[in-house]
Write a protein that binds this ligand. Structure first.
Ligand SMILES: Cc1cc2nc3c(=O)[nH]c(=O)nc-3n(C[C@H](O)[C@H](O)[C@H](O)COP(=O)(O)O)c2cc1C
Length: 368
């Protein structure tokens, strides 16, 4: 029976196992977005710790899409050198490596103008609606970011289409109120992501992997699993190689006329909650041939292995547990005898990040 230790072929890349390090912003890049030695060391430990695929944290395709001052930049040739060192150390340990391409859209912080598909806030800031010219320019910036990633030795990119950042603001009917060719019908809402995939495949070649992170399920009025499945089917036709099904919970109050959405990780989750987004991921996987990554509270061997062996998903991403213990993968695969530093899902790592402090594990004192 297939389990966490089985190989998986994604395009022309062979993954040595089914464990993925999902993108997690570390705030370890320099203020100008270049890769630092601390950032390299953070990822090297986790690649050496046995994961099959590392997806580097949200990296900005334009500084106007940032969420933190210390976010990795991927919008200029000056970043290639540091990014090449980063991809090199990860591949040296036998892990495959992709990088998440990001524009924060309505959630951008510290930028001149906050933009989105429509003028619908998802945090307190009211974004401006993007013009078609700006949309076309942004599509080119995503493609250019992928080209930079390819030059820097990455095997692919993941488009951040989840968590109500820019691309999600187009996909979701909650935030896309446009009535032009980028809005209204699902075929139009998905157009920006399709065009980015087609552009990347044209400029980087069909073998360069393109993954897409999507919300499996959104609050009422937003994408439901069947809608995300329809989106995935369309993106698969455009050449997507991998889907990564995340999710979103409402945590803040509804204002009188505005729904504010906050990140699912902003409140501590009970350690007993498990596989929180796996249901939608399984529905989406049943509609596509493209491999699907599940994520969200999968950080124990039994839950993660069953997700793969029961064919609910092809790969499992383990986020916070990999911050708590860089060797989590080797330990669950029986290649390392020490006990696992168990993640308590306290979200201390997340709070550090939210305050623009380098990510750390306050329970197991990683980096503290
Ligand atoms: C510190 C931190 C930073 C994160 N940064 C990103 C990011 O850059 N891009 C993204 O798509 N998700 C990000 N996430 C969400 C994770 O990728 C993952 O989906 C989430 O932690 C749930 O998985 P887990 O339960 O295994 O931790 C972040 C999460 C944490 C804790």
């Amino acid at each position: 029976m297939l389990g966490l230790e089985s190989l998986l072929q994604v395009g022309n890349v062979t993954l040595k196992n089914r464990i993925v390090m999902p993108p997690m912003v570390t705030d370890l890049a320099a203020e100008d977005g270049t890769v630092t030695s601390e950032l390299i060391s953070h990822y090297e430990k986790r690649a050496a710790g046995g994961v099959g695929l590392v997806i580097i944290e949200a990296s900005i395709i334009n500084p106007e899409g940032r969420i933190t001052p210390n976010q990795i930049g991927i919008y200029d040739g000056k970043f290639v050198r540091g990014l090449s060192q980063l991809s090199g150390v990860i591949r040296h340990h036998g892990a495959a490596v992709m990088v998440q391409l990001h524009h924060a859209g309505p959630k951008a912080v510290g930028v001149k103008s906050v933009v989105s598909a429509s003028s619908v806030p998802v945090i307190e800031t009211i974004p401006g609606e993007m013009s078609q010219a700006l949309i076309e320019k942004t599509i080119e910036e995503f493609v250019a970011g992928a080209f930079t990633a390819k030059k820097a030795g990455f095997q692919g990119v993941e488009l951040h289409g989840a968590h109500f950042y820019l691309l999600n603001s187009f996909l979701s009917p909650l935030t896309n109120k446009r009535n032009d060719s980028f809005g209204d019908a699902l075929e139009n809402r998905v157009r920006i992501v399709k065009d980015i995939i087609l552009g990347i495949k044209e400029y980087c070649g069909s073998e360069f992997l393109v993954g897409v992170r999507l919300n499996g399920e959104e609050p009422p009025g937003g994408l439901q699993p069947k809608d995300t499945a329809t989106i995935a089917v369309q993106l698969e036709k455009s050449g997507a190689d991998l889907f990564h099904i995340s999710g979103y919970n409402i945590r803040l109050a509804h204002g009188s006329s505005t729904v504010y959405l906050s990140d699912f990780t902003s409140s501590p989750q009970k350690i007993t909650d498990k596989a929180v987004f796996l249901g939608p991921a399984e529905i989406i996987k049943s509609k596509v041939k493209t491999p699907v990554i599940g994520v969200g509270k999968l950080g124990d061997y039994e839950t993660a292995n069953t997700a793969v062996s029961a064919n609910k998903v092809d790969l499992v991403a383990v986020g916070r547990p990999l911050i708590a213990d860089a060797s989590w993968a080797n330990k669950v695969l029986g290649k390392h005898d020490d006990p696992i530093h168990e993640c308590t899902y306290c979200n201390g790592c997340r709070r550090k990040r939210a305050n623009n402090k380098p990510v750390s594990c306050i329970v197991h004192k990683y980096r503290d």
